[in-house]
Design a protein around this ligand. Structure first.
Ligand SMILES: Cc1ncc(COP(=O)(O)O)c(C=O)c1O
Length: 403
């Protein structure tokens, strides 16, 4: 029997995309809030801070100029590409050609989805750690590639899994990685990237590094760029996002940098799909990259303080969690007593009983089960309130058990 028209299953690609697990949590949160319940939302990684003022002012000024109301350039205006290249030179000592090795994208998500669309064909294998940011897996599936998920309890285990893939005779077209890692918060040093690049070069794979949390390293740790590895740009690109480094998530500005062949492919696809980000936003982004280093440092320090509050608070609540070296998350194992029911049920319970929203690990892929992710996107006071409430909830467990 054919598929029913009108149902989403009748569309070839949509059949492969399950509904977002996070939607269940979001709906529950909306219902509770409609009932006047004060839910503390540590679910989605949506920065709560304001974009730097100088950037907003530049946007307003540029938006007043009718010349900026026309179609822009799909690969981004040259001044903005030059500015990101300067930032890479200054921060990482990496030299890039702003014409052939840098492209502006509509956030990192556009970079990732369309780069995979450009580079991956039917059956091409893409290796990435799991759990992961959903587009890392579904971008591959949408491009009709084969997503090969390797467990990542730590970076070394991922690396040895990757070696096993090659040893087994599979030659992935792309290795897709992202550090500091969402959701596990795993961080790596430059030697890890050296090893990935070495393996990929040896076996003829490309590497894509999603660097969305480039500036969110704690306690003196500075996340490295994969392009710092000598010769990396012969096979690798890095995706940088304005969303977290400058509190510009809603503005939708990111970049893909490095390997000219992959960037050329992405530019070609994008030339059919879009006319670039609204030009005043691109102009304002130049100001962010050029003048807002101090704001980035403040954002980093804020997440570090929130991390400390949340980790200490959870530990006091009898829930031991690891303190991350980077990212804007805490990745917490579901407490033993609740593990059997799975991370989604636990997240629902936490919302109902403690009025705290978190993301269930299963939403990041099968290997995310057994964990929940806290995003550090509420203020100090609310984080303290959340941990107090969680403490009370966990203390009630004996009563809840068996219900
Ligand atoms: C790993 C990762 N990549 C990309 C993104 C999205 O970045 P952008 O807002 O630039 O699309 C996120 C956002 O949460 C992320 O966690």
């Amino acid at each position: 029997m054919g598929l029913m028209p009108g149902t989403t299953d009748s569309f070839y690609r949509i059949q492969k995309l399950p509904p977002y697990v996070f939607a269940v949590i979001n709906e529950m949160k909306a219902r509770l809030r409609a009932d006047q319940q004060d839910v503390i939302d540590l679910g989605m990684g949506n920065p709560d801070g304001a974009t730097p003022r100088a950037v907003v002012h530049k946007l307003i000024e540029a938006a007043r100029n009718p010349r900026n109301h026309r179609y822009s350039m799909s690969r981004g205006i040259p001044q903005l590409r030059r500015e990101i290249v300067k930032r890479y030179e200054k921060n990482y000592g990496v030299n890039l050609d702003s014409e052939s090795e840098a492209i502006v994208t509509i956030g990192a998500k556009d970079s990732l989805a369309h780069l995979l669309f450009a580079v991956i064909g039917p059956g091409d294998v893409v290796v990435s750690p799991n759990p992961a940011y959903p587009i890392h897996q579904y971008g591959v599936i949408m491009a009709e590639g084969q997503a090969c998920m390797l467990p990542m309890p730590d970076a070394a285990t991922f690396l040895s899994g990757l070696e096993d893939v090659y040893r087994g005779g599979t030659r992935p077209k792309v290795i897709l990685i992202s550090f500091p890692h969402n959701p596990t918060t795993t961080c790596v040093d430059l030697n890890f990237f050296r090893e990935v690049i070495r393996l990929a070069r040896h076996h003829g794979s490309y590497v894509v590094h999603d660097f969305a949390y480039a500036d969110l390293g704690f306690d003196g740790y500075k996340p490295p760029s994969i392009l710092q590895v000598e010769g990396a740009k012969e096979i690798a690109v890095e995706i940088f996002s304005m969303s977290k480094s400058y509190n510009m998530a809603g503005w939708r500005v990111g970049f893909c940098l490095g390997n000219a062949k992959m960037i050329g492919a992405l530019a070609r696809i994008k030339s059919y799909l879009d006319y670039g980000v609204f030009q005043p936003i691109q102009i304002a982004s130049i100001i962010a990259l050029r003048e807002c280093e101090e704001d980035t440092e403040k954002i980093r320090a804020l997440y570090q303080r929130r991390r400390d509050l949340l980790v200490e608070g959870l530990r006091r609540a009898g829930w031991p969690v690891e303190s991350p070296r980077g990212s804007m998350f805490v990745w917490a194992p579901v407490p033993e007593a609740y593990r059997e029911d799975g991370s989604l049920e636990f997240a629902k319970l936490l919302m109902k009983e403690a009025l705290v929203a978190v993301s269930p690990g299963i939403g990041f892929g099968p290997l995310g089960e057994g964990f929940v992710r806290f995003a550090l996107v509420e203020n100090d006071h609310r984080i303290r309130q959340a941990t107090r409430s969680i403490k009370q909830f966990l203390a009630r467990k004996p009563v809840l058990a068996g219900k």
